[in-house]
Design a binder for this molecule. Structure first.
Ligand code: B3K
Ligand code: ZN
Length: 885
């Protein structure tokens, strides 16, 4: 908790550290009511920092200093200064050794940052600035040190003692305690430090690297979860192989460990050699985890593993450079998932997510560039912009350079900067040096916030056989940035003839066509491209594969969109055309609702969906994606003023109409797929994911028809299945239906059966929290009293409160303000318990400018109430104050 107003920290103020820490020797004595930490730091003056011996300022928070020595000399209180956040002392020589002993209290650490207890185990989370809650240190990523760690604990309760690197010694002590020492041969910043002590079981495997080294792989979990680890282990081995093949990156230690913990603020953490994971991102088996959960486990295991190079071997100079490792690693894991599953479906999911959530962030009060230039609390900057937009920036570099030059660039980057803490500029420089391309203008993607708008218009000259595309780019003002300079926007496109064939693309001035799908670089505010040899007016397929994170505007008619939906050879753009068609149709319905007119669904949407359902040759996962109407969150994001009730009414009306009109084909595809699911054991592979996704979206439409045979099928699917994907989908449609008795029965049976499985209970909470039927807030409030719920567990908070505020828009935004009041109350409570989670939860309230006046006033009122509620953490203070500014 802060004691003074948090200050802004600026990138422009970056200075190299005054001192370096060559070696860090840590000893932890873990007890039930406290922990003792002894740190020996072998330090020296940083030769790059200039002459003289300035005071040494170590970071430290919530530490009880017991003893301090400088070169073996015991210091007294007069020799140093202590504040809430720092320990300052005066070195007398260029090289020296600091020894400190502190007492800390992991057993009462509810913020889950630093050393804390999750259930019966000790674990750590140090990124970004948690290490300073463990010992006095230079807690900044450009201070890299060699660590050895000894930990001791009572043997019976904590038989497993882990830290980074390789185990080098262990033994027993008197009194039932034991100890272990780990040595990490690689220099690392403190944020990659980790420690675990607990009663854990592990699954062990091994991987032979491309140079023939044998690496031991271990995944540690609580004993009852040992049967849910295989999928993560398979994912780990696939990731290790993929990184060798695609990036030439080999693992470097003799052992790689993952530990699953139940109380964790985010998904997982890439600590060197000892990844610590939220159990939701490790545990997966058919009966308890959905297809989506299986895919998430695969992606997160890969992401953290890939950090071993993009993040650990080459790390960030300062936290403004966070996207250096996060954007890059998200790009790497996205490509991995695309290679393991369906590339097009992965892209669709990522883009839908980006456009709904990151675009909203870019348009809100917390908007910031991929490389922010100021922050109060770094924890608030683990954002969709840094991660997902950062990944899009990397994807654009990949598109502009092509795969070979990109690989040459990444090889150069890793080789040039191995063992260093570097900047986004260093990364781009490696790409420039390897490719010979000048990326100076491109780098504006790192420094300018906001989502660019790309407006495209066309003109066709039948006499000259030329087709001209006129592109205009602009970018709205964001906090602190009123004017934007033009971006480099790679626009991949094709021109389709009347039969949907791609035309050869030859620009004026070119000697011959350059392919049939190509990337144009838009670099100016206004720019035109003229294609020659175009014998008939074509239909453009623009921004293929979503080649840049921009909003595209082109005046497509609905008939043209239907044509693209069927004929575009770019799978992503087929989906995109369908989405745009849905958006047009839904916006028309929203308008009708607002004017009090009867709602009338454009029959062309029904026909377009019918064609999809009848196309048995089309990838079923694609069919499922294309049958999914744009979400209420996306419709909110693209609205000038979001009319929550009209959006919900329009979308529900469209769903019901589609279900009624397409009952036959939906029922046929449902039954065909369900029949296969019923007779095939669960397999976590993409063809099976695809079958189940179509089956389940069909079921969700079918249930809207209220037909008895559908209810029977739903109940049968709920009861007779070997996997959580089918069971939860059936439960979700029941929960959203008006079959009260069946719903109550299913919810009860589910909770009874899975009451001991926390992750499954999270899904049970989420399904109910997201139900848009009236009375949502009361249901959520009642569920908060359920014995399985606790505010102390972040997964529970996300599953219930997060799902309600983030997914149940019509209930959360109820005009009586109850949803807002409820969320603010939870934020105020959590502010004292876990500031990071409190701050995350605030997201929906910060978007108040999107809504009509009445809701705006209510949302602002709650933000003001939070601000006035007492001592706020820097996390919550930053978000609330910026939202109100
Ligand atoms: N690097 C961590 C995120 C740490 C967040 C700290 N508040 C997980 C990841 O992105 O891989
Ligand atoms: Zn990451």
């Amino acid at each position: 908790m802060r004691t003074e107003q948090p200050k802004m920290i600026y990138l422009k103020d970056y200075r190299v550290p005054d001192y370096l820490i060559d070696e860090t020797h840590l000893t932890f004595e873990l007890f039930e009511d406290h922990t003792l930490v002894h740190a020996q730091l072998v330090m020296r003056r940083n030769p790059e920092a200039g002459a003289g011996l300035p005071p040494l300022v170590l970071d430290g928070q919530e530490l009880e200093l017991l003893e301090l020595k400088l070169d073996d000399r015991l210091l007294s209180a007069a020799d140093y200064q202590l504040s809430d956040s720092h320990l300052t002392l005066q070195p007398t020589q260029e090289q020296f050794v600091i020894d400190s002993s502190v007492r800390i209290h992991p057993e009462s650490n509810t913020a889950l940052e630093g050393l804390y207890k999750s259930g019966g185990m000790f674990c750590t989370q140090c990124e970004a600035e948690g290490f300073r809650k463990i010992t006095y240190y230079l807690d900044r990523p450009d201070v890299m040190s060699k660590f050895t760690t000894t930990l001791s604990a009572e043997q019976h309760s904590y038989p497993v003692l882990l830290s980074n690197g390789n185990p080098i010694a262990s033994g027993s002590e008197e009194g039932g305690r034991h100890w272990a020492t780990w040595e990490d041969p690689f220099k690392k910043p403190a944020y990659l430090f980790a420690l675990v002590a607990g009663d854990l079981w592990c699954v062990e495997d091994s991987f032979t690297t491309m140079s023939g080294r044998e690496v031991t792989l271990r995944i540690y979990v609580e004993p009852e979860n040992i049967d849910k680890v295989q999928h993560a282990m398979d994912s780990l081995k696939k990731s290790m192989k993929w990184d060798e093949e695609v990036y030439g990156r080999e693992y470097d230690l003799d052992i790689f460990m993952i530990v699953a913990v139940n109380d964790f603020n985010m998904g997982a953490m890439e600590n060197k050699g000892l990844n610590i994971f939220n159990s939701s991102c490790v545990l997966a088996k058919a009966e308890t985890a959905t297809d989506a959960a299986h895919q998430r486990v695969e992606a997160v295991v890969a992401h953290e593993y890939f950090h071993n190079w993009s993040g650990n071997r080459v790390t960030c100079r300062d936290w403004f450079q966070l996207s250096l490792k996060e954007g890059f690693t998200v790009f790497r894991d996205a490509e991995f998932s695309a290679d393991m599953n369906s590339r097009t479906v992965k892209r669709i999911e990522d883009v839908a997510y980006l456009r709904t959530h990151q675009f909203a962030e870019d348009a809100g009060p917390m908007a910031h560039p991929v490389r922010p230039d100021a922050f109060m609390e770094i924890s608030n900057f683990y954002t969709l912009t840094v991660y997902e937009k950062g990944s899009e920036v990397l994807r654009m570099i990949h598109t502009l350079l092509g795969p070979e030059l990109f690989r040459k660039g990444s090889d150069l980057y890793f080789e040039r900067h191995d063992g260093q803490a570097v900047t986004c500029d260093d990364f781009v420089k490696a790409m420039e040096d390897a490719s010979g391309q000048d990326l100076t203008q491109f780098k504006r993607w790192y420094s300018q916030a906001g989502t660019p708008l790309l407006t495209v218009s066309e003109s066709y000259d039948a006499a000259a056989n030329t087709y001209r595309l006129q592109l205009r780019q602009s970018c709205p003002a964001t906090p602190g940035q009123s004017e934007k300079l033009p971006f480099v926007i790679p626009v991949e496109l094709a021109l389709l003839d009347a039969r949907g064939r791609e035309l050869p693309l030859q620009l004026v001035g070119e000697d011959e066509p350059v392919g049939r799908s190509r990337v144009l670089q838009v670099t100016q505010a206004e720019q035109a491209f003229t294609f020659v040899g175009i014998a008939e007016k074509p239909l453009p397929s623009l921004l293929r594969g979503f080649s840049a994170p921009v909003k595209l505007s082109f005046p497509y008619s609905r008939d043209q969109l239907m044509f693209l939906m069927q004929h575009d050879s770019d799978g992503f753009n087929r989906w995109e055309a369908g989405q745009q068609l849905c958006v047009q149709v839904l916006q028309e319905l929203i308008g009708q609702h607002q004017r009090g007119e009867p709602l009338v669904l454009d029959p062309r949407l029904v026909e377009a969906f019918r064609t999809l359902l009848l196309d048995e040759a089309l990838d079923q996962a694609m069919v499922a994606e294309m049958l999914s109407l744009p979400g209420e969150g996306y419709l909110t994001e693209i609205a000038e003023v979001a009319d929550v009730d009209a959006i919900h009414a329009a979308r529900e009306f469209a769903r019901a109409q589609l279900a009624g009109a397409l009952f036959e084909p939906l029922w046929k595809r449902y039954q065909a797929n369900r029949e296969i699911s019923r007779s095939t054991p669960y397999v976590a592979e993409s063809a099976h994911f695809a079958r189940r996704s179509l089956q389940n979206i069909a079921l969700s439409y079918l249930m809207l028809t209220g037909r008895a045979e559908v209810l029977a099928a739903c109940l049968e699917q709920y009861e007779v299945c070997d996997n959580m994907t089918e069971r939860l989908a059936a439960l979700a449609v029941l929960v959203n239906s008006s079959y009260e008795a069946e719903k109550a029965e299913a919810l009860k049976a589910f909770a009874e059966h899975f009451k001991d499985n926390a992750l499954v209970m999270d899904q049970w909470f989420s399904v109910q929290a997201a139900s848009t039927l009236p009375g949502g807030l009361q249901r959520v409030q009642a569920l908060m009293q359920h014995p399985a719920f606790t505010l102390k567990n972040p997964n529970k908070v996300r599953a219930l409160i997060g799902a309600f505020a983030g997914q149940n828009l019509v209930n959360f935004h109820a005009v009586d303000g109850g949803g807002y009041r409820f969320l603010a109350d939870q934020v105020i409570t959590l502010n004292a318990l876990n500031p990071q989670i409190a701050s995350r939860l605030l997201g929906p309230l910060t978007r108040w400018r999107k809504y009509g006046e009445q809701r705006q006033a209510l949302m602002r009122g709650e933000l003001e109430r939070i601000l006035a509620s007492g001592e706020l953490s820097s996390d919550v203070f930053e978000v609330v104050s910026k939202s109100l500014a």
